[in-house]
Design a protein around this ligand. Structure first.
Ligand code: BG6
Length: 313
């Protein structure tokens, strides 16, 4: 183990195309990378150096295009409504390092964290006429857990509404070997069927074709089990009632210029989100939404995450 005094927990450097990025490291070997472009986590590695997030080999790291992979931030809207970009503009804006964020109610013992901030530009105010401060803290815990906390404050003189998602792309060995536990028996809106409402059956969710759903009012814990890797991702969320599940499968994959034809086999998006009901912020009010990810040996969660038990957990 490295000497804690000389260990570099946070480093700023240049990434792809000279874009600024921040690297977080923990003494046991885990790491995460965050681009100021998009305020986007692009890498999360465990203490064996294995990448846990999917990043497309065709991802475009250039301004105005979102980066295909990692954890894009969808704000001020999820999906596409009106004239705003699909999934909002936060994912293709340059964020800044926030050197003096207001204190968090619960302080972290971790030294590997970064605070970012996004304020709207004059041009942003033309397409979404609401003044805000969006503060994002990304923390890598000593055990390698990855925490994202968003605080959005209305700095305007009138209320505004928004929807939100942490559009997390998990790296999986083979999508047909993966299942999700924690969403059984819940209602979802199916984007492949005019956003109609359906009810999930009692079994864990598995994948054999395109899936694009918004699960409504889910438990706070969801597990993604990867049998081949013998790994389970556990997603915990606060302030984010919904969960989006997306895999484009082969046909949509081929239609996306920044995504390899076969890459759908190795990714799965499970997104902590507030989509079904808009969040309203009055002037001066602040909203907080948090997502915590951990990767644990597979058998740990299997079968234990039925919604009732999770709700009590
Ligand atoms: C998902 C949506 O969250 O994001 C899908 O549910 C969408 O409908 C997908 O296709 C990717 O969106 P984008 O804008 O990043 O290509």
């Amino acid at each position: 183990m490295s000497d804690q005094k000389s260990f570099i927990f946070v480093e700023t450097c240049k990434g792809v195309n000279g874009l600024d990025k921040v690297i977080l490291r923990e003494v046991r070997g885990s790491s995460a990378e965050i681009y100021l472009y998009g305020g986007q986590v692009t890498s999360w590695k465990n203490d064996h150096g294995e990448e846990l997030l999917f990043m497309s080999s065709k991802a475009i790291f250039k301004s105005l295009k979102p980066i295909r992979g990692g954890i894009p931030i969808c704000f001020p809207q999820f999906s596409s409504h009106g004239t705003l970009d699909r999934h909002g503009f936060a994912r293709n804006r340059f964020w800044s390092i926030d050197t003096d964020p207001p204190p968090f109610p619960t302080s972290t013992s971790s030294k590997a964290f970064v605070d970012l901030i996004l304020r709207p530009s004059e041009d942003d105010l033309k397409i979404w006429p609401h003044s805000f401060e969006f503060r994002l803290r990304v923390t890598l815990g000593p055990g390698g857990d990855l925490m994202l906390t968003s605080r959005i404050r209305n700095t305007d003189v009138k209320p505004f509404q928004f929807t939100f998602a942490y559009h997390t792309y998990f790296s999986v060995s083979d999508i047909s070997e993966v299942r999700i536990e924690g969403l059984e028996t819940l209602d979802y809106l199916d984007n492949l069927h005019n956003k109609d409402r359906f009810t999930e059956q009692g079994d864990a969710i598995t994948f054999e074709s395109e899936v694009d759903r918004v699960y409504i009012s889910t438990p706070t814990k969801i597990a993604i089990l990867d049998h081949e890797k013998k790994r389970t991702f556990v997603l915990r969320k606060e302030g984010l009632p919904d969960a989006v599940v997306w895999n484009p499968w082969d046909r949509k994959a081929k239609a996306m210029p920044d995504f390899g034809d076969d890459e759908y086999k190795h990714m799965l998006c499970v997104e902590a989100a507030a989509v079904e009901k808009c969040i309203t912020l009055k002037p001066g009010e602040e909203w907080k939404g948090r997502q915590e990810l951990s990767a644990v040996p597979s058998s740990y969660c299997s079968g234990q995450l039925d919604p009732q038990k999770v709700l009590q957990g």
